[in-house]
Design a protein around this ligand. Structure first.
Ligand SMILES: [Zn+2]
Ligand SMILES: [Zn+2]
Ligand SMILES: [Zn+2]
Ligand SMILES: [Zn+2]
Length: 251
């Protein structure tokens, strides 16, 4: 009997410690990411490298948060979930659908601590979505148009790595969820990628300068790796880059 009570007491203590730690960490993190800290509850936030959830994993899509990912935070435990149309990531809506709570809790066998439970349920509304939808949609369409024009222009100037075809992943493609071998983030719908040219694999590298994911350029260009990270087969370096380097070295 005594043992059982002791162990219950310890579990409770661990839970309190975990919560306290979470609150302290949250406070420190908020002071580092002031832009997001001053927003109202449930408002959409854009991930920065200072965001407390940056480098953590979204519980719904299991992908790590990237810079500029649009997320919403649980008002009780500050767990972040994607709400990002540019990648078709509706993680918040999916997670809280049908009145589900934020975290069911339980025991974490790896960390050997009780997982915190969070009873928060979403009402189905966001503070920033009442009546402003059409205005916002118009704005984002305009940005999209400007972006596509700019990308078109950039593609003609950005030759050294542009030798390879860059394409945008569409929703539902089977490659979604595969890991990019360079940055280790998952490939998402909406990502701009280069297919590995070795011809022996189904590997895709990001190549998206606007999202700071220039993985193909880093692998084959900057780092000069002339082999496929999956099959090991040799791949040629971008010809224009070789010429540029020879000119640089005066050959
Ligand atoms: Zn997600
Ligand atoms: Zn929560
Ligand atoms: Zn990548
Ligand atoms: Zn390959």
């Amino acid at each position: 009997m005594l043992d059982e009570r002791q162990s219950k007491g310890r579990t409770h203590e661990n839970l309190l410690k975990a919560r306290l730690r979470q609150e302290i960490d949250g406070g420190i993190a908020a002071s580092r990411d002031p832009v997001n800290a001053s927003l109202p509850e449930l408002a959409a936030r854009l991930t920065t490298i200072y965001s407390p959830w940056y480098t953590r994993t979204c519980p719904e899509c299991k992908d790590k948060f990237r810079e500029d990912d649009r997320v919403r935070l649980c008002p009780m435990c500050e767990q972040a979930y994607h709400d990002d149309a540019q990648y078709s990531l509706q993680c918040w809506r999916t997670h809280f659908a049908a009145g589900h709570v934020c975290k069911r809790g339980g025991y974490d066998p790896i960390a050997e601590v009780p997982r915190p439970r969070c009873n928060y349920r979403w009402s189905g509304k966001f503070p920033d979505e009442a009546g402003r939808t059409s205005q916002k949609a118009q704005g984002s369409r305009r940005v999209e148009r400007v972006t596509s024009q700019f990308l078109g222009g950039l593609a003609t100037v950005w030759q050294p790595f542009g030798e390879r075809t860059v394409r945008e992943i569409k929703p539902g493609e089977s490659i979604i969820g595969h890991k990019c071998p360079w940055c280790r983030f998952h490939i998402r719908a909406g990502d701009r990628v280069v297919k590995c040219p070795c011809g022996k694999c189904e590997t895709y590298f990001h190549d998206d300068i606007f999202r700071h994911l220039t993985c193909w350029n880093d692998w084959n260009g900057t780092q000069g790796n002339n082999y496929c990270p999956t099959s090991g087969a040799e791949i040629a370096r971008a010809p224009a880059l070789v010429v540029a380097e020879e000119e640089y070295h005066g050959r």
